[in-house]
Design a protein around this ligand. Structure first.
Ligand code: GCW
Length: 680
């Protein structure tokens, strides 16, 4: 069934006869140089794909004397066949890199897949299968690659009761109740999917953490998952609740400088490593949105993080400490708070600590300028946190491809530490020089048959994995890969779906929060518009963010306002301080602008805003129209699934446009231009 369960690994029948023949040959004589659990996985993948591609059995040779065609093994296992320069080339690819291509052995041409470790070989094998499925396999070409970021990680916001915070695809796939005894086959499919993208770390539990996960009976359950994931190259992390020493250690304090607290964590960590010798470490949300942390004891984030880091260091574990901190008690623009807390701590964090920073300073908005912490510190490891689950981007009813948004962030120039530095060159260590590197994505998967609720949510999981591997890869080429792997590589199908995907993010920005508007969503559920939301804590209201009044709209974050802009490099401050120079997409993020302000188009701010909202709706309509043209060109099951959701998306786009424009009109007092569909 085309229900999406197979993700991008469906290994559909190969139609081209030359490719069939070549691949059939390779699969007729496969030799593995050794035995290990990772190679078993590759064998299973070959078996499965030979069936799908060719309806043939993959033939594994037990000795090298047979008629081998495809050789699989590490560089050292293959060393007798590799020349010195080739060995050096492969060695340079690092632990997780791979090389695949033709090789001559005693005058006979064979194909090899190799790397420096079995995991590298696994990555090479997935890449090999992917190229076949995309119809792009070339028997004579050499292909090699290696990841640019060390930790490529999914963060699950999964609670122990299986609800998922900001999850829109059913419940958590972790069935804690049935673990450790029962292994849901889905765990394996999950690991395969991640490994096929190069994702090598997962944090299983919500950052709004429950201390119970650190109990030994839970660790025994976690161990089962860690054992399953290990041969796929995936390490397990857990979220650590900072107050665990009180909640489960019978201590009266969780003060990081208290020796009993330190001993509690050391014992806990030791217990975990007894069960899981390669445990990744802890992910921590502290002193943010009510989560406990070191501030309760007058300690700072470095003191908190380092205490955990010391407990983990002897075992090689890491602390991933989140920079998503803000407090309504601090009378500062929320935008500024992470920098205010973390900049003074630069250089104070231990080596095995990495600060995980959301892409923007507020909260996974449809569009945000990059977070000013990137570039503001020199001696602190910084990792990226993207949100794959579409909390603020239509959740699971909307098709919004997030690749372009992530690409935009990663490509933005920070001007620090070097004049040409970008966010990508900081997080991959190339400009920042940091040794520990990380890209994390808040997972969008759940128990839904197709994993992600909306089929196109899969593309976001896919794109995240690809960008974590290589933060310089462009969103369009990733979309094209995903489409080929998901729908096949027929040209019109490919280009139509690609167009739909590539315009979807800008469309969502337009009908939700154009021109730098942000956080206008319905209160707490964040579904649909709520620009009128007020009351309670200021930084959870919409009024706090848009500040519309009869004069104009937008948040003055320049030096005449909160001066959050001052946290960026001088080059940015200079350009963005001027409302006529700042990219218009960030205008209202940093400026309070009069309704009559003249935009680059010659139109007033008000007119331009109405056009943005309206064009978002128009694009949503276009997307559906273009999708409908594909009827009959793909299976009905997926066609209807997406088609229905696109209708919902159009409704929601109109809802957003109408709600926001009618609301903002109460301030602007201006009419709607004739060319837009009248909001009502
Ligand atoms: O985006 C916000 C969400 C919260 C989330 C928080 C965070 C896990 O609305 O649900 O809590 O961010 O990132 O910690």
């Amino acid at each position: 069934a085309k229900d999406g369960y197979q993700l991008w690994l469906s290994y559909e029948k190969i139609e081209e006869s030359k490719l069939r023949q070549e691949v059939g040959q390779l699969f007729s004589g496969i030799y593995f140089f050794a035995q290990n659990p990772t190679y078993d996985i590759i064998k299973e993948e070959f078996t499965r794909s030979a069936e799908g591609f060719l309806d043939q059995k993959a033939n594994f040779l037990s000795t090298r004397d047979g008629d081998f065609k495809l050789l699989v093994g590490t560089r050292s296992e293959l060393s007798q066949y590799l020349g010195l320069s080739q060995q050096a080339e492969i060695k340079n690819l690092g632990e997780e890199g791979y090389w695949r291509g033709p090789l001559e052995i005693n005058g006979k041409k064979v194909y090899i897949i190799t790397g420096n470790s079995p995991i590298g070989v696994l990555y090479g094998s997935f890449d090999f299968l992917k190229s076949i499925q995309m119809g792009e396999f070339d028997l004579n070409a050499e292909n090699s690659d290696q990841p640019k970021v060390q930790l490529r990680m999914l963060n699950h916001w999964d609670n122990l009761d299986r609800t998922v915070e900001r999850g829109y695809a059913g419940f958590s796939i972790w069935d804690w109740h049935k673990l450790p005894g029962y292994i849901d086959p889905r765990y394996i499919d999950y690991a395969r999917a991640n490994a096929s993208l190069g994702i090598n770390a997962v944090s299983l539990t919500n950052v709004n953490a429950n201390a119970w996960i650190l109990r030994e009976d839970f660790i025994e359950k976690v161990k089962v998952l860690a054992d399953l994931f290990r041969p796929y190259g995936i390490k397990v992390y857990l979220t650590a609740r900072f107050s665990a020493p009180i909640e489960m250690g019978n201590l009266e304090t969780a003060d990081p400088l208290d020796s009993d607290v330190q001993a509690f964590w050391k014992e806990r960590v030791q217990m975990i490593y007894q069960h899981i010798p390669d445990f990744g470490g802890f992910l921590v949300k502290a002193n943010s949105e009510g989560q406990p942390g070191p501030h309760e004891y007058g300690r700072n984030h470095a003191e908190g993080a380092n205490m955990l880091a010391e407990a983990l260091a002897p075992f090689g574990g890491n602390v991933i400490w989140r920079a998503f901190v803000y407090s309504h008690e601090i009378d500062e623009d929320r935008h500024k708070q992470a920098n205010l807390e973390f900049e003074p701590l630069d250089g104070k964090f231990l080596e095995n600590v990495i600060i995980q920073v959301k892409n923007g300073a507020i909260d996974f908005q449809p569009r945000e300028p990059f977070h000013p912490l990137f570039g503001a510190v020199d001696e602190t490891n910084l990792g990226m946190e993207f949100q794959i689950t579409q909390e603020y981007l239509g959740q699971a009813t909307q098709l919004v491809y997030l690749g372009p948004m992530w690409e935009e962030i990663l490509n933005t120039k920070t001007y620090r530490p070097g004049p040409s530095s970008t966010v990508a060159s900081i997080i991959d260590g190339s400009d920042s020089g940091q040794k520990l590197t990380l890209m994390a994505g808040v997972s969008n998967i759940g128990t839904d048959r197709n994993w992600t609720g909306h089929l196109f949510g899969q593309a976001n999981w896919y794109a995240f994995g690809k960008m974590a591997w290589n933060p310089y890869q462009d969103a369009e080429s990733i979309a094209s890969e995903w489409i080929k792997l998901t729908f096949g590589h027929e040209q019109t199908l490919l280009s139509s779906i690609q167009n739909i995907m590539m315009e979807s993010h800008e469309a969502a920005v337009n009908y939700m929060t154009p021109m730098g508007l942000h956080h206008l969503m319905g209160r707490s559920h964040h579904y649909g518009p709520g620009p009128w939301v007020e009351g309670g804590r200021a930084d959870w209201t919409s009024l706090y963010y848009h500040k519309a009044d009869s004069q104009g709209i937008g948040f003055d974050r320049t030096s005449s306002g909160s001066n959050a802009l001052g946290q960026y490099a001088p080059e940015i401050v200079k350009e963005w301080s001027d409302p006529t120079q700042i990219p218009e997409k960030y205008l209202l993020w940093f400026h309070h602008i009069p309704w009559d302000f003249q935009m680059k188009s010659g139109k007033t701010l008000w007119e331009e805003m109405t056009l943005h909202y309206d064009s978002g709706v128009k694009t949503a309509l276009e997307m559906k129209k273009n999708w409908q043209k594909l009827e009959g060109q793909l299976d009905e099951e997926r066609f209807h699934h997406v088609n229905q959701l696109l209708s919902v998306q159009i409704e929601e786009a109109r809802w957003w446009r109408n709600a926001c424009l009618l609301y903002f009109q109460t301030f602007s007092g201006k009419p709607f231009p004739d060319e837009i569909e009248k909001p009502e």
